[in-house]
Write a protein that binds this ligand. Structure first.
Ligand SMILES: Nc1nc2c([nH]c(=O)n2[C@@H]2O[C@H](COP(=O)(O)OP(=O)(O)OP(=O)(O)O)[C@@H](O)[C@H]2O)c(=O)[nH]1
Length: 150
């Protein structure tokens, strides 16, 4: 195996995908992490880690189905930005890829113990969220159609 091949197999960061599921009124879905997980009690975008062999878009479809029982329509998930943790402060840095989705099939049903809500950018800014979500929220807020909502 070439040196390049070996380096490819050393994970230097975790890739996480997350969705801003935006309703027609401009509010988007956040979920409160259940007790017992990392960041328990904080509000965040639904999503999770990309697994070996998956593409980010494929992982997003799987996570949204697992967490909310929703079917995403793949080409309707638009890359919207990303956030990365600062390598010095964490054991394994993560990079979160955020997608905007405006259509899906089904009604969201959270897993037992999780709570969901629909929020504007301004409302989400008053919630307790993990540190990287502040950066993701700013990227959503840069979209004028969403930033003007109370
Ligand atoms: N889904 C999601 N994860 C986030 C966000 N912000 C953020 O820091 N994270 C972190 O990214 C990581 C994602 O892991 P996860 O626990 O959701 O992933 P998963 O569903 O694959 O979890 P599992 O390992 O329990 O199967 C966690 O450390 C989580 O706290 C966010 O907005 N959405």
């Amino acid at each position: 195996m070439s040196e390049y091949g070996k380096l490819e197999n050393i994970p230097t960061f975790l890739t996480v995908v997350a969705a801003a599921l935006i309703r027609q009124d401009g509010r988007f879905l956040l979920q409160k992490r259940p007790p017992g997980k990392d960041h328990a009690g904080l509000w965040e975008f639904p999503g999770g880690k990309v697994e070996a062999g998956e593409t980010p878009a494929g992982a997003l479809v799987r996570e949204i189905k697992e967490e909310l029982q929703l079917d995403l329509i793949r080409h309707n998930s638009i890359p919207a930005g990303f956030a990365e943790s600062n390598r010095e402060n964490v054991r394994v840095p993560i990079v979160i890829l955020l997608y905007i989705c405006r259509s899906w099939l089904g009604e969201p049903e959270p897993v037992p113990g999780a709570e969901i809500g629909w929020f504007s950018v301004a409302e989400a800014g008053r919630l307790e969220m993990p540190p990287l979500d502040g950066a993701l929220l700013k990227q959503i807020a840069a979209r004028t159609d969403l930033s003007l909502m109370p």
